[in-house]
Design a protein around this ligand. Sequence first.
Ligand code: KG4
Ligand code: ZN
Length: 338
Amino acid sequence: MNNHTLILGIETSCDETAAAVVMDGVTVLSNAIASQISTHRIYGGVVPEIASRQHTEAICAVADEAMAASGVRPEDLSAVAVTSGPGLVGALLVGLSFAKSLSFAWNLPLIGVNHIEGHICANYLSDNDLVGRKFLCLVVSGGHTHLVLVRGDGSKKVLGRTRDDAAGEAFDKVARALGLTYPGGPAIDKAAQGGDPLAFAFPKANIEGSIYDFSFSGLKSAVLNTINKIRLTGADLPVSDLAASFQKAVVDVLTEKTMAAALETGEKNIALAGGVASNTALRKAMAVACEKNGLTLHVPPPVFCTDNAAMIASCGYFHYLNGQFSDMSLNASPDLLL
Ligand code: KG4
Ligand code: ZN
């Protein structure tokens, strides 16, 4: 393994405690994840204080599992990469303190990674050919919605971002109003499968002045108003139809803006990233739109779309190649921008 670069990645920005070992930025040797979803589900969303505590309880075992499953010895590691933001400050601090301790104890360089950049790098794990190539990436997660042009050298230009709610946040809030469990995205995805996407015509926000920016709060309010109006009549909520119609409104706008950006930039490779990229309807709509426009679609498997540490280790590898290291003053940046 001596000719290879082996990075241990650590991720604790939200509700997954994760550690992974990745070789040369693309080959996943291990990918350990302890999910806190069942705990937060009781509260209908992530409780930051509980998330921090659970990260503290889980991080040692998760890192041990990742190291053991990879078969890599600490002395063979090249660096430790850790998410420094954006995310929940208390949750980020657990991963950061842990990674700094490892860096000190095992004498490894420390690399701070931007979580959104990590999501984009998930594509390198499932599609090694994307490394060094230019592509357009739609990042859709619980906290972020970005349309990003990734250049061959890895530098990035943000073409658009959400002005209010992130796509995943809209899924989670609408799901809650529909009485579905947290996290709302997978629950809506499932409920929508038996529903009529044309049952309700929900608005698709277009932002004046910026064609690639997104807005989901108007759509969310429209769905919540519709739910309240139906409730007032005493009728049963048509959960599947509401879920399918809401999902269609989100998927349509994400697909339309991505296609418009692809046509304007001339970019032929389109990639998806983030938890919402696991959405069945989004994957289908993007596949159809890409086929129609002669574009190639890249989508990581769901386990690399939702939060994981393999994507952080992959991102860390590219920082390693560029000599971008952090020191012990590395701090949590809850609002870190891409
Ligand atoms: O990337 P991620 O795991 O964490 C953040 O960085 O936010 O994304 C979590 C988000 C949640 O909002 C969740 O509801 C959404 O991704 N999500 C989905 C699906 N699976 C997860 N949204 C729609 N459809 C899905 N199948
Ligand atoms: Zn994420």
